[in-house]
Design a protein around this ligand. Structure first.
Ligand SMILES: Nc1ncnc2c1ncn2[C@@H]1O[C@H](COP(=O)(O)OP(=O)(O)OP(=O)(O)O)[C@@H](O)[C@H]1O
Ligand SMILES: O=c1ccn([C@@H]2O[C@H](COP(=O)(O)O)[C@@H](O)[C@H]2O)c(=O)[nH]1
Ligand SMILES: [Mg+2]
Length: 214
């Protein structure tokens, strides 16, 4: 079913990279500076897993623990509903007016079927921010985060599985968007501030281009 909002009115940036690459960290800085609505597919799935009465709770729990990708219909519906709700809030500020808004979609699309379906039926992204670092760095960050995150998948067994899914299933998505000239690759090995400086440069350009065309 088509989304309720008009896709012409939304600016979408996908935020991709390996588990623990720093996607969420950079998104929160972008929210503060540019007023994006940040939608993390993983967070939406975790919230749905916890929701009383959800028929997907157990399914989501198993997929996340195994580092697998939840069937796309579930995730796309959650994202679409969250976008719709944000647009109905009538937010103010740069990029927001009646029915218009700007979104960071974090950790999605992670599989080609999601990418094709979302592009066709919901909306297309103007840019893909791709945070790149080594598995060694990501493992260290996730193990540290796991001391306090409470996430079922911040343990070494799940992390190893997430790395396999990332390489086999998500890298083809990133390569697909790279072939379409949409990917900005950013080294996320360096400090949060340095990563953000490089992120700002790319995002500021996209926002300026959008402003010039509207
Ligand atoms: N550039 C950085 N340098 C050092 N630590 C970082 C950096 N970026 C993020 N971190 C830390 O690494 C951990 C993972 O970061 P974050 O949660 O942003 O990653 P993510 O890509 O969203 O991970 P996931 O895919 O698991 O959701 C966090 O504890 C965060 O504080
Ligand atoms: O589109 C998606 C995004 C995420 N998942 C599942 O959630 C976990 C955690 O995602 P984070 O982005 O690390 O918070 C991921 O490993 C998948 O199991 C998904 O199924 N589909
Ligand atoms: Mg995250």
């Amino acid at each position: 079913m088509a989304p309720v909002f008009d896709k012409k009115n939304v600016l979408v940036i996908y935020v991709l990279g390996g588990p623990g690459a720093g996607k969420g960290t950079q998104c929160s800085k972008l929210v503060d500076e540019y007023g994006f609505c940040h939608l993390s597919a993983g967070d939406l799935l975790r919230a749905e897993q916890q929701r009383e009465g959800s028929s997907y709770g157990e399914l989501i729990r198993t997929y996340i623990r195994e580092g697998n990708i939840v069937p796309m219909e579930v995730t796309i519906k959650l994202l679409e509903n969250a976008m719709d709700a944000a647009l109905k809030e009538n937010r103010s500020g740069a990029g927001w007016s009646a029915g218009k808004g700007r979104f960071l979609i974090d950790g999605f699309p992670r599989k080609m079927d999601q990418a094709v379906k979302f592009d066709e039926e919901v909306c297309t992204a103007s840019l893909v921010l791709f945070y790149q670092t080594t598995e060694e760095v990501m493992l260290k960050r996730l193990m540290k985060r796991g001391e306090s995150s409470g996430r079922d998948d911040d343990n070494v067994e799940s992390i190893k599985k997430r790395f396999v899914t990332y390489k086999e299933t998500t890298m083809p998505v990133i390569n697909y968007y790279a072939e379409h000239g949409k990917v900005a690759e950013i080294d996320s090995t360096v400090s949060v501030e340095e990563v953000y400086e490089n992120t700002q440069k790319v995002v500021a350009k996209i926002l300026a281009a959008q402003e010039a065309s509207s």
